[in-house]
Design a binder for this molecule. Sequence first.
Ligand code: GTP
Ligand code: MN
Ligand code: MN
Length: 609
Amino acid sequence: MDQPTASVSPSAARALGVEAWVDAIAALTRPDEVVWCDGSRVEYNRLTRQMVDTGTLLQVNPEFRPSSFLARSDPSDVARVEARTFICCESEDDAGPSNNWRDPAQMRSTLDGLFAGSMRGRTMYVVPFSMGVVGGRYSKLGVQVTDSPYVVASMRTMTRMGTDALRLIRETNDWVAAAHTVGAPLIDGAADVPWPCNATKYISHFPEQREIWSFGSAYGGNALLAKKSFALRIASVMARDEGWLAEHMLIIRVTNPRGRVFHVAAAFPSACGKTNLAMLAPSIPGWKVETIGDDIAWLIPGADGRLRAINPEAGFFGVAPGTGAATNSVAVDTLWGNTIFTNVALRDDGDVWWEGLTEKVPTGLRDWRGEEWTPESGTTAAHPNSRFTVPAAQCPSIADAWDDPEGVVIDAIVFGGRRATNVPLVVEARSWEHGVYVGATVSSERTAAAEGTLGELRRDPFAMMPFCGYNMADHWSHWLEVGTGSRSAGRAPRIFQVNWFRKGDDGSFLWPGFAENSRVLAWILDRVDGSAAARDTPLGWAPVEGGPDSGGLNTDGLDVDESALFALDPVAWSAELDDTERFFSLFGDRLPAQLQAQLADIRQRFAAL
Ligand code: GTP
Ligand code: MN
Ligand code: MN
């Protein structure tokens, strides 16, 4: 192990074990020092203290939030960079039309050039981790090397990191390799900056080798490689190969007033309410919702034909703005301490703040860049994509069995998007095939507030558009196989579609959302329980009118226009189905015939109205 391995490529060295791989990366990137992380609290405290000293972190006033920190990123490094995210498999067709494909050999040579000497003057940390509890039947192992202590501290919150994982990594030598550098070497004792990064960015995935190489960014989605890069992009390929599913889904445990327990997995595109639904505090009596995961679910068909799910993560990396007592008090209560905030605003009393945390804007704020800020500044105090990183175990609504290695049995799968028009509040798919069609046609409409054309549809199938590591049409085929293949034994969960975001003619939301979404969950689970009535519509089974006494949706005490929430305009739907047909055609002959058949069936049903 002491031999320099500069002549061996890291990818080749990997077969010899984690030490050989780490040596090869060090030989390439030339850090001053290599530190193997043990994942302990002591180590976390040492790293965060060191980052406070170097200016990477500010300590949040511990009287308000013990052991919590604020990181201000470089203003150019604030979000995932989808245009710089690459899938490097041998065949371009395997990446499919919805991914940026690059030839693996070419990408490797580009990365070799960029990584060469990239860690000079820095420490390289070796971060061994497990997605899912260490040693769990459905868990997967990984090793990330990084020259960012911010990434190390965040990975400790988001994964099971450290010595126990490393022991298993050495034992099995079965792990995903993730190399990360901020790409900012300190040459000849050059001074550091609080948030080093590089204008050039590459977030590259080699699904066939189970490898990730990330250059130039320290932002969570680009740099915490266990999360989107491993647990979705690489894991989706593992899942395809091994017969399971890696999905952009929350998981909740719901108990109805009769004491029956259900588990629900739901996929919504980014910023469409997963974290909110995962921490739902029901408005209707007798129902209880507990949190299992808020972003990623691994779904595994069991021997009994039922689908089980684990949350592979150990923490929440949630959007801060809009998180307040009125919308998500459970999230607010989760953030009492042990939290790394990134790009939120700072109060003059040393606590953090963001738009929506409190109704009243405090005085004496500094914005996410550290500048003095008032509501008259014409900008937001917190960056719109500012985030909190917090241990899941701290969530007051966390389910006891949230980290059960056996997972939980999923009773219902829900797909949703942000749709001002067309899509009703809730419908149940007629079959698994219809449900897969619903997932494949998830889309979100841009609002007037966001860039893009008003009402323009952005396709985001399964909420996985930026996260599927292989051809999206193959993903749909895989879903069809999982739910209807011989292993499922006809016991696959029921599939539903929801839309919290439909608007009336006056532009306001037709549905109050948030806590009131428990009424929709109740209808969904009453359907699973066999006690809710439904009527046939072209889009699937919808609640009957007449309220809970007749088995329909409970809207007691709400002032909502149910007919508007469920209205189906055949002309608008004809245009939407045409658009779906165009979208499907992008995938050529990889499109499963069942989805084309579902589209034809829905057209037929509208024609027969
Ligand atoms: P990622 O973590 O980026 O994957 O996104 P997410 O799906 O977890 O999104 P999140 O829960 O953070 O979405 C928050 C956004 O959705 C905010 O703008 C909320 O105000 C809005 N939102 C969530 N639930 C509802 C709802 O029921 N009704 C309405 N109108 N808005 C909602
Ligand atoms: Mn979220
Ligand atoms: Mn997400």
